[in-house]
Design a protein around this ligand. Structure first.
Ligand code: FES
Length: 128
């Protein structure tokens, strides 16, 4: 699969849910230890703290990282925390219609790891 397909390049240039929010319930900063690229993700939950009502991200990373995080944020908006934690790298590859090699695993997982790590920390009582 060509990771530089036109639709993916278009999404990379204009990713969904890109940006920041003023009052997030969860803010996560993470880094890809392989390349040093960074991500910030912010999540807003419903009053019960069970459902994701909004999500934003800013990513200084490659096409795989940005597009995967864009589709991830679309996937989890409106989902419960429990549903969001079950999303896998395979789900992201399927949503993007790409199959990546091990060299890009950290790229496709950067947003997913940030989100799941942030949700788990929130559940354990830490908002950051
Ligand atoms: Fe850094 Fe992909 S090369 S996130």
């Amino acid at each position: 699969m060509d990771i530089y397909r036109n639709d993916l390049v278009k999404l990379f240039k204009n990713p969904h849910n890109f940006g920041t929010m003023k009052q997030a319930d969860i803010t996560i900063d993470d880094v890809n230890v392989n390349c040093g690229d960074q991500i910030k993700m912010q999540v807003k939950l419903d009053k019960a703290g069970k459902k994701i009502t909004d999500i934003k991200f800013v990513c200084f990373g490659c096409l795989v990282c940005v597009t995967a995080t864009s589709v991830l944020t679309d996937m989890v908006k409106g989902k419960t925390v429990e549903e969001a934690k079950k999303i896998t790298m395979a789900d992201l590859q399927k949503a993007l219609n790409i199959k990546i090699g091990p060299g890009k695993f950290n790229c496709i997982n950067l947003g997913l790891n940030a989100l799941v790590g942030g949700l788990k920390k929130y559940e354990n009582g830490s908002k950051k």
